[in-house]
Design a binder for this molecule. Structure first.
Ligand SMILES: *Cc1c(COP(=O)(O)O)cnc(C)c1O
Length: 407
C-alpha cells in the first residue's frame, strides 16, 4: 500500500535482530518493566534535539517546554534542566513544573478557562500568566488584589493571520484562545486601571507544521503584530513569546522540517524586536518537536487471525493508550504511524495491527508491511514521545494503563 519508507524506520538500529531504543534491546526493557503496553522514552534523543535547536536557533532565543506534550515528571525534569522555561496549562501541570529546577518567573501559564483556584495557585507560585480574555484579566486582578500580590501577565493575542499546511493565510478566525488582535488596544487601556504587572505578548496560533516557509512567514507576521501593538501602548514590552508549532514527520510522505529556514526567521525576529523594544526576552515554546521522536509505544501481539484474506495481529495496546496513532486525534484521513517489529523475522507480510478494544476505530496499522508477527511478538509504534498516554482515553474499556519509562 505504502511503498515509501518512513525516515524514522530507516534510522532504526537492531542488535542481534532485536530493535534497540536508548541503546538497549527492547525485549530486555520490556522484561525489566514487566509489562506491556509500555512507553519507552530516550533521554539522549531529547538532549540531542535540544542541542540541535541550540546550535541552529539564535542564542538569545529562549526555549520553553510545553508540558502537555509529555507530562511524565521525569521527562519534564529532564527538559527543565536543558531548557529556559516551561509552558503549563493547568494547576496539575503547575505542580509538575514546581517540582523541577525551573525558575518560577520562567513558567508561563496559558490556556482558556482557568479556574479561580488555578489562577490563585499561579499567583502564589509567582509564575507568568498568559491572559486569554479581557474577562480573565479582570478575574486575575481581583484574585491578585485579595492575595495582596501583583502577578506578571502577558496578553495572548489571537492574530489575523493563520498557518495552513500550504502556507500562511490572512483573515483571522474566531478562537477561544487569546484576545483578538483588534481588541488588544482596548484591553491594554483597561489594564491600566488594574494592578497587574504587564510583561508583553504571547502568540501561539499553530501546531504540528512541517512547512518551514509558512512558519517563517508567520514568525515575521507575529513580529509585525507585536511591534504594532507595542507602538499603540505606552507600556514596556519585556517579553515576547513567538509560539512554536514545529512539527515532526508522522506519515510516510512527511518530510522533516527544515529548521534552518525557521532559524533564519527567528534570528530576524530577535533582531527586529531587540532593536525596537530594547532587547526583550524572546521565547519559543515547543512540545512535540522536543520529545515526539524520542518515544516508542511497545505492545505485545496477543492473537493473530485471517479474515477473508486479510491478516490481523491483535495487540494488547491500542487507541486507549495511543489515540493519535489510531488516527482518532484530529486526523481527517487515517494514516499509519511508522511501526516496527521488535524482532526481525522473515518473511515480511502485509498485516493489519489492531488493538483489543471492541470498536473498529482501534487500528494501529492498516495493512502494514512488517516482519511476520505471531502471538507473543512485540511491536513498537514510533514517533510516540508526545501526545500519547495522557492524550488518550485510558479508561475506555477498563484495560490496565500503559507503563512509562525514561531511559
Ligand atoms: C500545546 C501548546 C504548545 C505545544 O504545542 P506543540 O505542537 O506540541 O509544540 C505550546 N504552546 C501552547 C500555548 C500550547 O497550547
Amino acid at each position: 500500500m505504502n511503498t515509501q519508507i518512513h525516515s524514522a524506520l530507516q534510522s532504526l538500529q537492531y542488535r542481534d535482530g532485536v530493535l534497540t531504543w536508548a541503546g538497549r534491546k527492547l525485549t530486555e526493557v520490556v522484561d525489566e518493566a514487566g509489562q506491556t503496553p509500555l512507553y519507552v522514552y530516550d533521554r539522549a534523543r531529547m538532549s540531542a534535539r535540544v542541542e540541535e535547536l541550540r546550535a541552529t536557533l539564535p542564542t538569545r532565543l529562549h526555549i520553553y517546554y510545553a508540558i502537555k506534550a509529555n507530562p511524565m515528571p521525569a521527562v519534564v525534569a529532564h527538559m527543565a534542566e536543558l531548557l529556559d522555561g516551561l509552558d503549563i496549562a493547568s494547576a496539575g501541570e503547575l505542580n509538575t513544573a514546581l517540582e523541577t529546577v525551573v525558575d518560577r518567573s520562567r513558567v508561563s501559564f496559558a490556556g482558556p478557562g482557568k479556574r479561580d483556584f488555578e489562577i490563585q495557585a499561579a499567583i502564589e507560585a509567582g509564575v507568568t500568566i498568559s491572559v486569554e480574555s479581557v474577562n480573565e484579566m479582570q478575574r486575575i486582578a481581583a484574585l491578585a488584589d485579595s492575595l495582596g500580590m501583583r502577578p506578571n501577565i502577558v496578553l495572548r493575542v489571537n492574530p489575523v493571520f493563520e498557518l495552513k499546511s500550504a502556507g500562511m493565510k490572512m483573515g483571522g478566525r474566531p478562537s477561544p484562545f487569546g484576545i483578538d488582535a483588534e481588541q488588544v488596544p482596548a484591553a491594554l487601556a483597561k489594564l491600566k486601571s488594574l494592578d497587574l504587572c504587564f510583561k508583553g505578548f504571547h502568540v501561539y496560533a499553530w501546531s504540528q507544521s512541517l512547512h518551514a516557509e509558512g512558519i517563517a512567514a508567520c514568525i515575521g507576521s507575529t513580529v509585525d503584530l507585536v511591534l504594532g501593538l507595542a507602538a499603540a501602548s505606552d507600556s514596556d514590552v519585556a517579553t515576547v513569546n513567538l509560539g512554536g508549532g514545529l512539527g515532526i514527520p508522522y506519515f510516510a510522505k512527511d518530510r522533516p522540517l527544515e529548521l534552518a529556514t525557521v532559524a533564519e526567521a527567528a534570528e530576524c525576529a530577535v533582531e527586529r524586536l531587540g532593536e525596537k523594544l530594547g532587547d526583550p526576552e524572546v521565547i519559543m515554546e515547543l512540545g512535540r518537536y522536543l520529545v515526539g521522536e524520542a518515544g516508542v509505544y511497545v505492545c505485545r501481539i496477543v492473537d493473530v487471525k485471517e479474515s477473508r484474506g486479510r491478516r490481523y495481529a491483535i495487540a494488547d495496546g491500542g487507541l486507549h493508550h495511543h489515540l493519535s496513532a489510531s488516527g482518532n486525534l484530529g486526523q481527517v484521513i487515517r494514516r499509519n504511524y511508522p511501526i516496527a517489529a521488535v524482532e526481525r523475522r522473515q518473511p515480511e507480510e502485509t498485516t493489519t495491527i489492531v488493538g483489543p478494544l471492541c470498536t473498529p476505530l482501534d487500528v494501529l496499522g492498516d495493512r502494514v508491511t512488517i516482519s511476520r508477527l505471531d502471538a507473543g511478538a512485540l511491536i513498537a509504534v514510533l514517533q510516540s514521545g508526545a501526545y500519547g498516554k495522557t492524550a488518550s482515553p485510558e479508561n475506555f474499556l477498563s484495560h490496565h494503563p500503559a507503563a512509562e519509562i525514561l531511559l
